[in-house]
Design a protein around this ligand. Structure first.
Ligand SMILES: [Zn+2]
Length: 418
């Protein structure tokens, strides 16, 4: 890391984040039984939904809760509805439209805790680097935390958020109560992602599944952790199966890449961030001048599109199989607006293994870095990148870094981990 620090500002930043990410991952993975006390559950609406006076559609609507709102859940009704308090109203929302997620929030440096959400407020005390925070809300980029029994605020810039995901490790029974003596409400296939609505009590989790609340034995539930990237706007951002973009992240400077694609319609798939779009146009021109013709296949992919794709694959092949080949929403590098899949001018072998043996693939191997791109998923690096060799997937990182990475023959993960 020190040798990198000596070189360049942009790279220093990348190195800093990476070192933190790895250190943090080591802490999280190293401690098998993590104390559950600092895990924060959030309940977010996935559509515009009615808030009703009782737990079914037969009850009167009090109004609408907008898609993406955080709900303050005060209880669970037996038939799959959450009791909530929202904007001063008390009512019920159908669990069908509520996504439950668990998060762990860790300070990335020693931090002041303030009485309000800006540096203008007075200091209550400090938290140490690496300390887990009990987050109770967010405001203006600041996290509201519970601090020694009081409410305090810390700047969100210094908080690494880790999402906790739960999955069934076997075919599981959903039961009406927290014991094997309770009736079976449903059977949950092995590998299914679980919406845990409350921490385990006596070895049973309360979960929401297909319109019902019920209980599953914690012995068959595996927790995994994924880091939420803190620098999504950086052109050196690392997005992979362990590092996920913040929910709903959309780059602010997407433009249509001025290159030909394998399809003719206008589509988000043609978009890239401004700097990357200009660079890919230069790369295409450079290739053309050397007699190599290229076409774009797919560039930007939104979070919502990833959700659609993932859900489609789950419905077709089941969760466990789908998660082996389809990226979990938020973990596709295409969401950064810095990645593009390309193919040869004849449009054949688009995003297929046979592209590897084409003259276009050979040209990209030799020249992509001159335009600021790397072949992101290299041969022989599968265990590091988490992806098989994809000679068609280009990732923009800027010329300096691209040349550095390419000449050393390392994956972005290895470069950042140095
Ligand atoms: Zn790709």
């Amino acid at each position: 890391m020190i040798s990198i620090v000596a070189k360049q500002n942009g790279i220093v930043k990348a190195a800093f984040f990476a070192v933190f990410v790895l250190a943090c991952a080591a802490i999280i993975y190293g401690v098998g039984a993590k104390s559950a006390s600092a895990e924060t559950m959030t309940y977010e609406t996935t559509a515009n939904v009615n808030i009703r006076t009782g737990p079914s559609t037969a009850y009167e609507s009090l109004g609408t809760v907008a898609k993406g709102s955080q709900l303050n859940v005060t209880g669970n009704a037996a038939n799959g509805w959450y009791q909530v308090s929202h904007n001063g109203q008390r009512g019920y929302v159908s669990g069908t439209y509520v996504q439950v997620k668990g998060f762990i929030n860790t300070a990335t440096s020693d931090l002041n805790v303030r009485t309000g959400p800006s540096t203008a407020y007075s200091i209550l005390g400090t938290v140490q680097k690496g300390e887990e925070l009990t987050v109770t809300g967010k405001a203006n980029g600041w996290f509201k935390i519970s601090y020694n029994g009081r409410t305090g605020y810390v700047s969100g810039k210094y908080v690494q958020v880790t999402e906790v995901m739960y999955a069934a490790t076997a075919n599981l029974n959903l039961r009406s109560g927290p014991s094997t003596a309770s009736g079976i409400l449903a059977s949950i296939p092995k590998g299914t992602g679980l919406a845990i609505t409350a921490d385990a009590v006596n070895g049973w989790y309360k979960i929401y599944y297909n319109g019902k609340f019920g209980y599953v034995s914690a012995a068959y539930v595996k927790k995994t952790y994924i880091l939420i990237v803190m620098n999504p706007e950086s052109k050196t951002v690392l997005v992979n199966k362990q590092n996920k973009l913040p929910d709903g992240y959309t780059p602010q400077d997407l433009v249509y890449a001025p290159i030909p694609f394998t399809f003719s319609e206008q589509s988000d798939k043609r978009k890239m961030r401004k700097e990357a779009a200009a660079a890919i146009a230069q790369l295409f021109n450079g290739a053309k001048s050397q007699g190599v013709s290229l076409l774009g296949v797919s560039a930007y992919r939104s979070y919502d599109r990833q959700v659609e794709l993932f859900n489609y694959y789950v419905s077709r092949d089941g969760y466990e199989k789908a998660s082996t080949y389809s990226a979990m929403p938020g973990t596709s590098e295409h969401q950064t607006g810095l990645a593009i899949d390309v193919t040869g001018g004849n449009g054949q072998c688009a995003a297929q293994d046979c592209f590897a043996n084409t003259p276009e693939a050979a040209w990209l191997e030799d020249h992509a870095s001159e335009y600021g791109f790397i072949i992101r998923y290299q041969k022989g690096k599968e265990s590091i990148t988490g992806y098989k060799y994809e000679p068609w997937h280009l990732r923009y990182v800027g010329q300096t870094l691209a040349k550095h990475i390419t000449s050393r023959g390392v994956a972005l993960e290895e470069y950042i981990g140095l």
